[in-house]
Structures are given as C-alpha cells and as structure tokens.
Design a protein around this ligand. Structure first.
Ligand code: AMP
Length: 284
C-alpha cells in the first residue's frame, strides 16, 4: 500500500489507474481507524478495483465552539496505516492541513447543502456540515472516484453527501454501509475512548433506547412526541445529556408524521466528555 501526501502525487497515481480502466473507490476518514472504518474498506473492495482511503482530521468541520474537540481528536497514523495494509487498501492519502487548505481554513471556498445541514446535528454544531460538504467535495474532485463509501452511523452526513453529489453533478455512486457495533450494541466511534470505564458500561443504553422506540413504532404507535420524550427521559435517567432524540422521515429527515413509512430515529447525547450519535432505520 502506498502512502501519498500531495495532491499532485495522488493525481498521478489515479491517472495511471484510470488509464488501465480500473474502478476507483474512495473512503474518506479522520483516522483513528476501527472496525467500522475497515468495514467501509471491505464494501469499497466489492465496488472497485482500487481502494483509496483518506485520513484527514478536517478542521473546517469542528467549528469555533467545539471546545478543543479538534485538538484532542485522536491521531494514530502509524496504527491506522498498519490496519489499512492488513485490510487490503491500495492507497492511503494523508495530506497536511496546508495541502488541503493552502489559503487557510478561514478563506477556503465552501460548499453548503441548505436545509438538511441546519437541523439535528447541524443545529448543535453550526457550520459542521459546511465543513463536511466542503472537504468531501474537495476529495471527490481530487480523486474523481467511481464510488465513495460512507457509514450509516453518520446518517445525516450521508444524506448531506448524497445531495451534494447529486446536486453538484459529481459522477460518483455514493454507497452507505450499516453501522458496525460493539458486542453490547454501542456504535463504534473514535469518540468512545473519551468515555470512562464506568460510562462505557452505560453507553449502550443509547442503542437500547433507539431499539425500544423502534419497537413502539413498528407495533403501530404514532405519537412521536410521546416516544421521543419517553426516550429522552430514559437517557437522562441513565446519566446522558440528550441533545435530540427524534423520529424522522428517512429520505429528508423532516419530522415523521403518522402516515410516513420509511423512518429513521436519530439521537445525539453527551455522556461525560463524549458526544455520542446513533440512529436506527425502520419500515412500517
Ligand atoms: P470518521 O473517521 O469518524 O469521520 O468516519 C469516517 C467514515 O466512517 C464515515 O463515513 C463514518 O460514517 C464511518 N463510520 C464511523 N464509525 C462507523 C461505524 N461504527 N460503522 C460504520 N461506519 C462508521
């Protein structure tokens, strides 16, 4: 597996692969790789001949009010590289901040997907999805992949990226991969390591609460407000500080009405120093 750090070198390699008629898959990450990320690599291998993984902790998506989240985000390059070698990725792209934002993070041209970027996580993390959309658009232009692979764990992000790709006419197929979980159901995340041992024991309550809400919906309940407020109460009792717990339409994340059939329940909640997000989809 090659590791490249400049856009020029990246383009040269991509060009060579394209000349040979090889399909290219892109897996963008912020590093600190776990089994969830490696599952994206597996999916990418099913869709392409060459798999390129980017590792870049993107300052633009953290926001001014992130309280040091960008600085403390775990950076584990050598371990990541080793995992990618073992996973069979072909190329690791590991650009510096200067390579990605030569005119400075403040001055970069931005990409905004309106509406969906301002609700749920976007409401609590202003500017976050502009940062995500901008960096993903840059990667899509640099790599020009046939396929780009993202996790359903970040469900809102996946929808932002689907709209970005469709509306800006990127000739790429966006593939979503189901959330990979720990044995007790906690969604794998780089931020789980901010949990103390005792919090880690309690953290799976987030997924259990999502499952309980799903069961109520599947069994025909239609009072979304009751389902949401019961769930928030359970989470508070388990020591979480919920930001939101909400039943939405799966296609546009608007509040679900009784007649909607394709649904997703999304939650974000703090547990100690960790902001956890998770979601569960359902049909009824
Ligand atoms: P991150 O490095 O956290 O920005 O995530 C990079 C990609 O991995 C995103 O597309 C995430 O949705 C995806 N991802 C992160 N955690 C998981 C997980 N537990 N299961 C599946 N995909 C994940």
């Amino acid at each position: 597996m090659q590791t490249l750090t400049t856009i020029a070198d990246l383009r040269q390699q991509i060009h060579a692969w394209s000349q040979q008629g090889e399909r290219i898959a892109l897996v963008p990450t912020m590093g600190n790789l776990h089994t969830g990320h490696l599952q994206l690599v597996e999916a990418a291998k099913q869709h392409a001949d060459r798999v390129l993984v980017s590792v870049f902790v993107n300052p633009l998506q953290f926001g001014d009010a992130s309280g040091g989240d960008f600085e403390r985000y775990p950076r584990t390059f050598e371990a990541d590289r080793q995992k990618l070698v073992e996973s069979g990725a072909d190329l690791l792209f590991f650009p510096s901040q200067e390579e990605m934002y030569p005119a400075g993070v403040e001055n970069v041209t931005r990409v905004e997907v309106p509406g969906i970027s301002d609700i749920l996580c976007g409401k609590f993390r202003p500017g976050h999805f502009v940062g995500v959309a901008t960096v993903v658009a840059k990667f899509l232009n640099m790599v020009q992949p046939d396929v780009a692979v993202f996790g359903e764990k970040d469900f809102q992000q996946l929808l932002v990226i689907r709209r970005l790709a469709a509306e800006l006419c990127f000739p790429v197929e966006i593939v979503g991969v189901p959330t990979v979980r720990e044995v007790d159901g906690l969604a794998m995340s780089s931020r789980n390591q901010y949990l103390s041992a005792e919090e880690r024991q309690r953290a799976a309550a987030l997924y259990r609460t999502l499952q309980a809400a799903k069961e109520r919906l599947v069994s025909g309940e239609t009072d979304m407000a009751a389902i949401e407020s019961d769930a928030e109460k359970i989470l508070r009792e388990a020591g979480f500080c919920p930001e939101y717990f909400t039943v939405c339409r799966a296609d546009d994340l608007q509040p679900a009405a009784a007649a909607d059939t394709a649904l997703v329940i999304l939650a974000a909640a703090w547990l100690g120093e960790a902001r956890l997000i998770d979601n569960i989809q359902l049909q009824r």
